[in-house]
Ligand binder design. Structure first.
Ligand code: NAP
Length: 321
């Protein structure tokens, strides 16, 4: 049996799918134990109990490998990065106590203690906790992850669909190399089956400037918003809704792109290309669905609930979404 944090969320869902396909039993730890289960009851569910060491260890007992996707995207409802770090440490301690032999930890490209961004500082410290744990470990460092249910691409699409202007932080010339969520999951599951300690970058085969990425996604939903270059400080400072309006919803990954020109050398390159999004322009005009890298839900960051997928762009417009 393996434990996956967030099996009903984003990256954890892809990892879980791969594990189930490989015949593994999966238990998930999650903050939303009642969330709809896309795996038809095949995954057992344990709620996060970061402040209860005994419950945390009990939830992990019997697992051979912990696939840890836990982190927060931005400070929200009292959970900031320092709290996320404490929770990560508690999770690792619980795993050790429960006798888990290996942890596959999803980090991010170029985490750094010295980063100006709390997200990346926290990720560096979380990696250190993984390395210090008594478990063998594989650390995977993805760039921006795209695929069904992703946040960055879907939020760009959501904003591009609705607004005539799209706020780009700074010059927009900083580069991103999106990696497909399924490729990250393949890497993770492969790493779970090994015993060596490793750190691997997970980067996609294509490089875009952030501005190119925005234009590509906007084209995929049939829009051409005017790009408005805004000082990054303006977007980082004000309250969240304004950051969202500025296209920085996605704040963590975009800030990462601002800060980080690309992956460290020797990183593993994912196979799937984001360029397949271009197919979706055709899909939006009524062509059949399909295409590797097709994105899933278009979810406005400040609203929950069912929303259309990028392939459903035409239908979404019809419903006024
Ligand atoms: N998404 C990307 O583009 C990207 C890029 C590079 C690295 N990463 C890293 O990959 C890992 C997984 O990212 P993801 O986007 O797939 O994350 P996610 O699915 O949104 O969340 C992963 C786990 O963290 C929990 N979580 C997230 N925000 C939380 C909050 N505010 N309070 C409490 N729990 C919270 C989720 O809880 P629930 O189970 O309750 O949903 C889930 O169990 C993270 O470590 C992230 O830093 C992501």
């Amino acid at each position: 049996m393996d434990a996956v944090t967030g099996a009903f969320s984003y990256t954890g869902r892809s990892i879980t799918r791969r594990l189930l396909e490989a015949g593994r039993e999966v238990r998930t730890l999650t903050g939303h134990p009642s969330r709809p289960d896309p795996f038809g009851g095949k995954v057992s569910v344990v709620p996060y109990a970061f402040d209860d060491a005994a419950a945390l260890a009990a939830g992990l007992r019997g697992a051979e490998v912990l696939y840890n996707t836990y982190w927060v995207r931005f400070p929200y409802r009292g959970v900031a990065f320092d709290q996320a770090l404490r929770n990560t440490r508690a999770l690792l301690q619980g795993a050790e106590e429960a006798g888990v032999r290996r942890v596959v930890h999803i980090s991010i490209t170029n985490p750094s203690r010295g980063s100006a961004l709390a997200y990346f500082r926290g990720k560096a410290l979380a990696e250190e906790a993984v390395v210090r744990s008594g478990m063998s470990h594989a650390i995977i460092r993805p760039t921006v992850i795209f695929g069904e249910g992703d946040v960055l691409i879907n939020n760009i699409a959501w904003l591009a669909r609705r607004l005539p202007l799209f706020g780009v932080p700074g010059t927009g010339t900083y580069r991103v190399r999106p990696v497909f969520v399924g490729d990250v999951a393949d890497l993770a599951v492969d790493a779970g089956g090994r015993a060596d300690n490793s750190v691997t970058d997970a980067v996609g085969p294509e490089t875009y400037t952030f501005e190119e990425l925005v234009r590509l996604v906007a084209r995929a939903v049939g829009r051409r918003p005017r790009l408005l270059h805004l000082p990054p400080t303006l977007l980082l400072g004000p309250p969240l809704p304004l950051r969202w309006m500025g296209g920085l919803v996605l704040c963590d990954r975009v800030c990462g792109a601002v800060q980080l020109p690309g992956p460290t050398p020797g990183g593993l390159v994912g196979r799937r290309a984001l360029r397949a999004l271009r197919d979706l322009v055709g899909v939006a005009r009524g062509a059949p669905r399909g295409g590797a890298g097709a994105c899933g839900r278009l979810r406005p960051p400040w609203r929950g609930g069912a929303t259309p997928s990028v392939p459903d762009a035409a239908a979404g417009r019809a419903r006024g979404l």
